[in-house]
Design a binder for this molecule. Structure first.
Ligand code: NHW
Ligand code: EN5
Length: 388
């Protein structure tokens, strides 16, 4: 059934529940001198091309490829529209490798027709902190699909990760592959219900009028929590401590240090937003919430061409009730004219989704590890990792 994935060191469906398979790496590392030194062979008319995303012209080529060919929903109504600045943020975390930003070009025209990326991360699985690659933005131009190009690209990124002496990876996908470590559900909170209904993102519920729907999703004009403010550079050490304390309870979670927090959580306009709650008396930081900005192109509507979506990222509540903290996140997202606030049912998100009027979407997100096996799949609430 999976001619490529059956050949890879990933948990196979037949291993599920087999007590003789143990947790941890599937294959041991090999000497770096034994890693294949040359790139895998592409079909004759294509070349590998390392993409320097710092270069504006290259960033635009990648942006254009993804904008026209990346992930769509199951009815092809919406397509992810990651911005250039978002891609730069996603691809240049601390200690990134340019060689892991891999394009495929047509030899004759130099046109970029496929892409795959990795970035380094330390990910903890139970008590084991593992240096991994986070793989994302796998994309093959619509006209080149089903030619088995994706397996060659996956093998090539794997080879380049191995050359840095890393042997594991984490990735997510909307499709089922061998074998998910967990399957999570997308939830959506309408902020601009009229537009969402008009573009087909959501529907008017039974026995609901437009005006009742607008009233249902109404939010206060300003945040409720005293001391709620945008995160600043000086907050990095305290946010790192809050996050480390929170993420320790999950089975799989990133191991963030100050440099990671500065990169992944310090606000960047139209890319990532983070807020802290600073106790008005002690000036101590007690709570934290964040979301990233990922618009979608609306593929066929007369009046609108983009849907502005916020995606819940990492949230930590130690003093403010989580429900109130996330309600404040919804309020700031509404103020900033996001149309919808999305979240997965990971970490403690299940505690606020229903009460804050999120509804389940038609999409799921499956999480995977490469060359690392778990004995049993996890509950989404045991997962402390959000990929972009
Ligand atoms: S998931 C988003 C993936 N991108 C899209 O969905 C964009 C739209 N679709 C496309 O561009 C986030 C194409 O359909 C793609 C497949 C390129 C998806 N992951 O070339 P063929 C990520 O970026 C398998 C993994 O003929 P195609 C995460 C498929 O099962 N495998 O198909 C990426 C089949 O194998 P099988 C996927 O439609 C993680 C084979 O590809 C997949 O022209 C990558 C068919 O290839 C997916 N999303 O191109 C893995 N979709 O065994 C990283 C299909 O079933 C692993 N396939 O025959 C770790 C590497 C690093 C390790 C380091 C130690
Ligand atoms: C890796 N980084 O299917 C990403 N999105 O539910 C790759 N549905 O937006 C993997 N179909 O349910 C990505 N509206 C996998 C996800 C691919 C994109 C995707 C889903 C997630 C989505 C929307 C629109 C559906 C349009 C028709 C959806 C319902 C919203 C409604 C609001 C009111 C309360 C009930 C729910």
């Amino acid at each position: 059934r999976h001619r490529f994935w059956e050949t890879q060191p990933v948990g196979q469906f037949r291993d599920l529940g087999d007590p003789t398979v143990t947790e941890g790496p599937i294959e041991p590392p090999i000497p770096l001198s034994d890693v294949k030194p040359d790139p895998y062979t592409l079909p004759a008319s294509y070349d590998w091309s390392t993409c320097d995303i710092s270069d504006d012209a290259v960033a635009t080529e990648v942006y254009n490829l993804l904008t026209a060919n990346y992930v769509e929903d199951d009815e092809n109504m919406f397509r992810f529209n990651y911005s250039r600045e978002f891609l730069r943020w996603a691809l240049r975390p601390p200690a990134y490798f340019t060689a892991w930003h891999i394009g495929v070009r047509v030899k004759s025209s130099k046109k970029l027709v496929a892409f795959i990326t990795g970035v380094p991360a330390r990910i903890r699985v139970r008590n084991d902190v593992v240096g991994m690659a986070e793989i994302n933005f796998l994309c093959v131009h619509k006209k080149l699909r089903s030619k088995r190009l994706a397996p060659v690209m996956i093998k090539e990124v794997t080879r380049r990760v191995h050359l840095e002496n890393m042997w594991q990876a984490a990735y997510t996908a909307g499709v089922v592959l061998p074998t998910p470590i967990t399957t999570t559900q997308y939830w959506h909170r309408s902020l601009n219900p009229k537009k969402l209904i008009e573009v087909g993102f959501s529907r008017l519920g039974p026995r609901m009028t437009m005006s009742r729907t607008i009233k249902l999703y109404k939010l206060p004009d300003s945040v409720i929590t005293p001391g709620f403010r945008k995160m600043e550079l000086r907050d990095v050490p305290a946010v790192t401590r809050l996050l480390q304390g929170y993420l320790a309870q999950f089975v799989v979670a990133p191991d963030f240090d100050d440099a990671d927090v500065e990169h992944w959580l310090l606000p960047r306009e139209d890319v990532v937003e983070s807020y802290v709650v600073e106790c008005p008396q002690t000036h101590e930081l007690t709570d934290f919430c964040s979301f990233y900005t990922l618009p979608s192109s609306i593929l066929s509507n007369q009046n609108y061409s983009v849907l502005k979506a916020a995606y819940s990222y990492y949230n930590v509540a130690t003093k403010t009730p989580l429900l109130q903290l996330m309600n404040d996140a919804l309020i700031v997202a509404k103020q900033k004219e996001y149309d919808v606030f999305n979240a997965l049912d990971v970490m403690h998100n299940g505690k606020f989704l229903k009460e804050l009027k999120f509804g389940p979407g038609d999409g799921q997100l499956h999480y995977y590890l490469y060359n690392y096996r778990l004995q049993h799949p996890l509950k989404p609430s045991d997962l402390g990792l959000v990929l972009l």
